[in-house]
Design a protein around this ligand. Sequence first.
Ligand code: SF4
Ligand code: F3S
Length: 107
Amino acid sequence: MTFVVTENCIRCKFTDCVDVCPVDCFREGPNFLIIDPDECIDCAVCVPECPANAIFAEEDVPAAQRAFTALNAELAKQWPSITRRKPALPDAEEWNGRDGKLALLQR
Ligand code: SF4
Ligand code: F3S
């Protein structure tokens, strides 16, 4: 099992999740964060920290967002670690909750 970052993180990237992770398993891309499934210890402490409610346990990922489980695993092999919170993307509040953000993912 692992926890998974899903679509609503895209173009928000609040990064509150990073500060609470005890094993530093978040990885950072230009406008999205993911969780390395090989490092996550399933502690769940990151879930309530996300202002975008973008983090789910693998078995609770909404049906329409199942592809994000594989996407997290794929990008974990490519993106560098992030271990400290930083400012959210400038228009994060504006993008929070919008649909169709997967098409805006930058790699
Ligand atoms: Fe880190 Fe725990 Fe969240 Fe996994 S569930 S990403 S170990 S804070
Ligand atoms: Fe993304 Fe939420 Fe973390 S928006 S960066 S998963 S706090």
